[in-house]
Write a protein that binds this ligand. Structure first.
Ligand code: KIV
Ligand code: NA
Length: 265
């Protein structure tokens, strides 16, 4: 039950052991996720959507990501904790990106950072790595660029984009990233990328040929509603469980059944 490290991620790839990851954004959930045995927890900027109710990941700030990451770090004993660098925290230049990276590491206590993009941000990634901070890449559907793409549809279906994705993945591996998230790309391409690099690929909507998988925890537990991409397997219907529990509480209060004598002082 030793703490999972970025080295362990690399070792798991070398040994062909699949890597399991989920997101978390708060102390209570992260404790459950960690004790259930995932290898890695991503404090995703999907917090912007599932915690704050925004329609994109763009509005979430460095301060808000630090708050979420700190809460997760306090709960986690075993899993590797990776924190997303939010939109705007590394796109304005190398020095700015390194400064924000150091700040997130220092103030949150997380183990590693994730940035969206390939060769466009390779210099920034290199300098963050040079500061001693492990970095995970993220290619394919990169939600921080939603306003450029205009859609959350599958990426890299065309040859040109697939070729760019492969060379981006090679560049990320070469510069020293310890892993690469592949989001919503064809399974055949994700498998090809996974075979082309010596660092683990973590897929979401990228088929079964990646070295690991990640899902948004509130999605896979069935807490979120109205989001049903084909890659999402729901392992529970917590929305129904929670709605039922809260409904029974409300009726117990209304009927004066709650609290009873044993529940009173
Ligand atoms: O923010 C997030 O949840 C992510 C995963 C979907 C990879 O980046
Ligand atoms: Na993200």
């Amino acid at each position: 039950n030793r703490k999972v490290t970025t080295h362990r991620f690399m070792e798991m790839k070398a040994k062909g052991e699949k890597i399991s990851m989920l997101t978390s954004y708060d102390y209570t959930m992260a404790g459950i996720v960690d004790r259930a045995g995932v290898d890695g927890i991503l404090v995703g900027d999907s917090a912007s959507n599932v915690m704050a109710g925004n329609s994109t990941t763009l509005p979430i700030t460095v301060d808000q990501m630090i708050y979420h990451a700190k809460s997760v770090v306090r709960a986690v004993k075993r899993a590797l904790v990776v924190c997303d660098m939010p939109f705007g925290s590394y796109q304005a230049g190398v020095a700015d990106g390194v400064k924000n990276a150091i700040r997130i590491m220092k103030e949150s206590g997380c183990d590693a950072l994730k940035l969206e993009g390939g060769v466009e941000i390779i210099e920034t990634i290199k300098h963050i790595l040079d500061a001693g901070i492990p970095v995970m890449g993220h290619l394919g559907l990169t939600p921080q660029s939603i306003n450029k793409f205009g859609t959350y549809a599958v990426r890299a279906k065309e040859d040109a984009e697939a070729e760019k994705l492969i060379s981006d993945a090679k560049a990320l591996a070469e510069v020293g990233c310890f892993g690469i998230v592949l989001e919503k790309v064809p399974a055949v391409l994700a498998k090809k990328v996974s075979e082309a690099v010596n660092v683990p690929t973590i897929g979401i909507g990228a088929g079964n040929g990646t070295d690991g998988q990640i899902l948004v925890v509130t999605d896979m537990l069935g807490m979120t509603q109205g989001f049903s991409p084909r890659f999402l397997r729901r392992y529970a219907d917590l929305n129904a469980v929670m709605t039922d529990a809260i409904g029974r509480y409300v009726s117990d209060v209304k009927s004066s059944d709650f609290p009873n004598e044993a529940e009173s002082y």
